[in-house]
Design a protein around this ligand. Structure first.
Ligand SMILES: Cc1ncc(C[n+]2csc(CCOP(=O)(O)OP(=O)(O)O)c2C)c(N)n1
Ligand SMILES: [Mg+2]
Length: 403
């Protein structure tokens, strides 16, 4: 009877996740409940996990195949990924309500990439990415409310409401770039500056599988290798460039090998620990003066390419569902933490509640904060320029730039 009660209670606590407990290797429902009702002091302080071996290109040795995760780290990663997931779902909602307009590319599904990368570098290192930038804006230190307010075009947005989805910036984060692939040479330029000024800093230069076929990427590889720049080229392979699958677009889908003379690793981008360990490995390579490294993160986006793409004309609903149920990055971390006594279902649920509250408050701010005044429309174009006239969308309207 007691067992039955515990099982029923467990189902209530876990919701749909209860079904997952039947999977091989999952802990029983009864033991989950015991974990859920323990004091925080009873949790394990760390656990060691086997992680997927990376495929290597021009390397004798690769990143480790085990990773230690402390309870503190796990809770932090969980909260961060969940915040990004909820922020993206809220953006989807605000878009459908026509409160967010224009271009908007969501990052849900890919959370383990930006959170795993950030966990392996220093805040003084540099990050540049394409237009799917919300997650990076957050991991680089921008508050959710500033990101959502940027999306709604409000004064309190991280680019003062004038950049929108594709143009967010933070300290040591260079956007947010709308021209496919164009951020890659810029990233190499940032890495050149790190080297030129003799700083122990590196640049993570991100691009998609679609961008990976561009000519400028290969020109950049050449210069970065020639000058041994501390740059990690990171291809987030989410299997599609807009509606085109990688198989239809690329003669070789081994993106980690496409730097030819640049060493490369292929990484499970749905596992935050794999991403973290691989990035630490690549960062050490760059910092030791050996030049660039290429990393392919195998990942998946749940939403369509942009808000005008329902995302199901070039892939099946079943495919999306399968990734969600078998390799969701948040579920993977959650299961690891719960099954190894680093946390409990109950504790993680508490985090979910806090995250939802933060997102709601941020959305409230993003929908009530005023829009930037018209007379400031031309400001903040250049940092140090004296005032000059900026032509508006109508040729008769001129704005003054005042820096
Ligand atoms: C130079 C250029 N060509 C085309 C486009 C239109 N475009 C926007 S996104 C995109 C696909 C990019 O796919 P991928 O690099 O895989 O990034 P993902 O959307 O998957 O994150 C294209 C062709 C553009 N913005 N810039
Ligand atoms: Mg892609």
């Amino acid at each position: 009877m007691r067992k039955m009660l515990l099982a029923a209670l467990s189902r209530v606590l876990q919701g749909p996740a209860a079904a997952a407990a039947a999977r091989p290797g999952a802990v029983s429902e009864v033991s989950r409940v015991v974990v859920a009702s323990r004091n925080y002091a009873d949790f394990a302080s760390e656990a060691t996990f086997d992680i997927k071996k990376c495929d290597l290109h021009r390397l004798e040795e690769g990143p480790p195949v085990t990773a230690v995760l402390t309870r503190e780290e796990g809770l932090h990663y969980y909260r961060t990924m969940q915040t990004i997931r909820r922020m993206e779902l809220k953006s989807d909602q605000l878009y459908k309500q026509k409160i967010i307009r224009g271009f908007c590319h969501l990052y849900d599904g890919q959370e383990a990439c930006c959170v795993g990368l950030e966990a392996a570098i220093n805040p003084t290192d540099h990050v540049i990415t394409a237009y799917r930038a919300h997650g990076y804006a957050y991991t680089r230190g921008t508050a959710v409310r500033e990101i959502l307010a940027e999306l709604t075009g409000r004064k309190g947005g991280c680019a003062k409401g004038k950049g929108g989805s594709m143009h967010m910036y933070a300290h040591h984060f260079y956007g947010g770039n709308g021209i496919v692939g164009a951020q890659v040479p810029l990233g190499a330029g940032i890495a050149l500056a790190c080297k030129y000024f003799g700083k122990d800093e590196i640049c993570l230069t991100l691009y998609g599988d679609g961008a990976a076929n561009q000519g400028q990427i290969f020109e950049t590889y050449n210069m970065a290798a020639l000058w041994k720049l501390p740059c990690i080229f990171i291809c987030e392979n989410n299997r599609y460039g807009m509606g085109t699958s990688v198989e239809r677009a690329a003669a070789s889908t081994d993106y980690y090998k496409r730097g030819d003379y640049i060493p490369g690793i292929r990484v499970d981008g749905m596992d935050i620990l794999c991403v973290r360990e691989a990035t630490k490995f690549a960062a050490e390579h760059c910092r030791s003066g050996k030049g660039p490294m290429l990393m392919e993160l195998q990942t998946y986006r749940y939403h369509g390419h942009s808000m005008s793409d329902p995302g199901i004309s070039y892939r099946t609903r079943e495919e999306i569902q399968e990734v969600r149920s078998k390799s969701d990055p948040i579920t993977l971390l959650k299961d690891r933490m719960v099954n190894n006594s680093l946390s409990s279902v109950e504790e993680l649920k508490e985090i979910d509640v806090e995250v939802r509250k933060e997102i709601e408050e941020a959305a409230q701010f993003a929908t009530t904060d005023p829009e930037p005044p018209l007379e400031e429309l031309g400001n903040h174009i250049y940092k140090n320029e004296p005032p000059f006239e900026v032509r508006g969308p109508s040729q008769w309207i001129k704005y003054k730039s005042v820096g």
